[in-house]
Ligand binder design. Structure first.
Ligand code: HEM
Length: 478
């Protein structure tokens, strides 16, 4: 019996008494709520909502609900009464009013696996403190210098390992790139070293649990992920102890603080437990999301040769100018010239929707869970012409259908791939830099084709079921 089947059986067995309770509760409540279905007690409509569907769509389930009830409807998801919003204005309002009218509220299982000090779970002052540390670490200054260099190095490391005419998983390669980058940036781990590879392996098991049903029984993905979590935490703790030892030996000045671990030890008052959860969750936030985004770009571009052609022209011009001036390394000024690339990035994030919905709860009037579905706004035909179509050129004007002539990326208020308000993604600039640098080296050095038909699915986390198998041919376009 699969995890899911077991989960369903368990829920069914406790659902009958809950039906009665629910009926009583419904009679009592005179709340002014939008229309909708609350489905089965406790289970609600969660199974239908989570049924996998093409990542470039909102799925049949949501489509049917929107056409029946409108863009804001009542449901019962993840064990709680929920208001689902596919409305751009309401989503923005919810995110902007974080801490005042609404508050971040992920399912308890997420806290169990990412840790109670993870930024996704924290609210209030503690969240603010952790966020400040993350933003310091991902600051503009660090991006321009240190991080840009690292992003280039790790891109080239992965691309140079690609062999012609061999089939490989583009998704795995993208994961290798983002994992190596984050492991270096967070704990100074070097790619290819046994300890880095071991940690990567544990992370794969860990990830399977983050996205599985939260069943803590022997043999389930969730239980295995909890075990991996403790192995990963032991590893991070060991690294911490090594650093503290060094610190005692050589004084603070001699300690590496070029990575996150060194920085928090030197500049923060966080406890060991808090540091462990911060490191673990940044490694998670920083590598899963951008790797999917890069795989999506490879996938969409393969189906859009005109965009590849225009990208190649843009990057060739940058590369030629560098050659003429005798410069070798890609600079921040080069990055700023990648205008069409930014359109491709925005379009990839709009259509692929790496993060599809966010979890919040209402703090005032009613204690209700709210689910701003950012993917539904990105795929709304009244906001984006032909939303299912990969069209990076739409970002050349005002982001959808306007007539301004200036290039515009991500200024459209309906475009929220990184969330919004006080919890806006701390790594959004790093993610865009990673995508741009990867695209730069990819289009200048390779032609690629899909070997087997594969498609991004929302599970609801976005994944290519076959790993996006591709074949490449090396070309030096410079
Ligand atoms: C394309 C890639 C990425 C996407 C689509 C993405 C998306 C998001 C979204 C939607 C949120 C908001 C969650 C919420 O409001 O509940 C978020 C939060 C966050 N992201 Fe990203 N992310 C990406 C890459 C990264 C990277 C590279 C990092 C770097 C470590 C990162 C670190 C974080 C952190 C720390 C938060 C929590 C912010 C807070 O709670 O204040 N993300 N991300």
């Amino acid at each position: 019996m699969s995890d899911l089947e077991f989960f369903l059986l368990l829920l069914a067995s406790i659902s009958v008494p809950l039906v009665i309770l629910n009926l009583i509760k419904r009679k009592q409540s005179g709340l002014n709520l939008p229309p909708g279905n609350t489905g089965w007690p406790f289970l609600g409509e969660t199974i239908g909502y989570l049924k996998p569907y093409s990542a470039t769509s909102i799925g049949d389930f949501m489509e049917q609900h929107i056409s029946r009830f409108g863009e804001i409807y009542k449901s019962n998801l993840f064990g709680e009464p929920t208001i689902v919003s596919a409305d751009s204005g309401l989503n923005r309002f919810i995110l902007q009013n974080e801490g005042k009218l609404f508050e971040c509220s992920y399912p308890r299982s997420i806290g169990g696996i990412l840790g109670k000090w993870s930024m996704l779970v924290l609210v209030g002052d503690m969240h603010r403190d952790m966020r400040t540390i993350s933003l310091n670490f991902l600051s503009h200054g660090r991006l321009r210098t240190h991080l840009l260099r690292e992003v280039v190095k790790h891109t080239l490391l992965v691309l140079s390992s690609w062999k012609e005419n061999c089939t490989f998983s583009a998704q795995d390669e993208a994961k290798k790139f983002t994992f190596n980058l984050m492991a270096k940036h967070i704990m100074s781990l070097d790619p290819g070293k046994p300890e880095t590879e071991q940690l990567k392996k544990e992370y794969v098991t860990f990830m399977k649990g983050v996205v599985s049903a939260p069943l803590n029984f022997p043999g389930t993905a969730y239980r295995k992920a909890l075990q991996s979590r403790s192995t990963i935490l032991k590893f991070i703790e060991l690294k911490m102890e090594e650093r503290i030892h060094k610190m005692r030996g050589g004084g603070l000045e001699n300690m590496e603080d070029d990575d996150l671990l060194g920085w928090v030890l030197k500049h923060s008052n966080l406890s060991t437990e808090q540091i462990l959860d911060l490191v673990l969750s940044l490694l998670f936030a920083g590598h899963e999301t951008s790797s999917v985004a890069i795989a999506l770009a490879i996938y969409f571009l393969e189906g859009c040769p005109n965009a590849v052609q225009q990208l190649r022209e843009e990057h060739l011009e940058i590369s030629r100018a560098k050659k003429q001036s005798g410069e070798l390394e890609l600079s921040w000024e080069d990055y700023k010239k990648m205008e069409f690339t930014q359109c491709v990035i925005s379009e990839t994030l709009r259509l692929g929707n790496v993060v599809r919905f966010l979890h919040r709860k209402a703090l005032k009037d009613v204690r209700y869970k709210v689910l701003p579905v950012i993917a539904a706004v990105h795929l709304d035909p009244s906001l984006f012409d032909q939303p299912q179509h990969f069209n990076p050129w739409r970002w050349q004007n005002d982001g959808n259908r306007g007539n301004s002539s200036s290039w515009s990326t991500a200024t459209n208020q309906n475009f929220m791939p990184f969330g919004g308000g006080p919890r806006l993604c701390a790594g959004s600039e790093l993610a865009k830099l990673e995508m741009a640098v990867f695209i730069h080296h990819l289009v200048l050095n390779y032609n690629w084709e899909l070997v087997d038909k594969d498609e991004a699915f929302a599970f609801p986390f976005v994944d290519f079921p076959k790993g996006l198998p591709i074949k490449v041919r090396h070309h030096n376009f410079t």
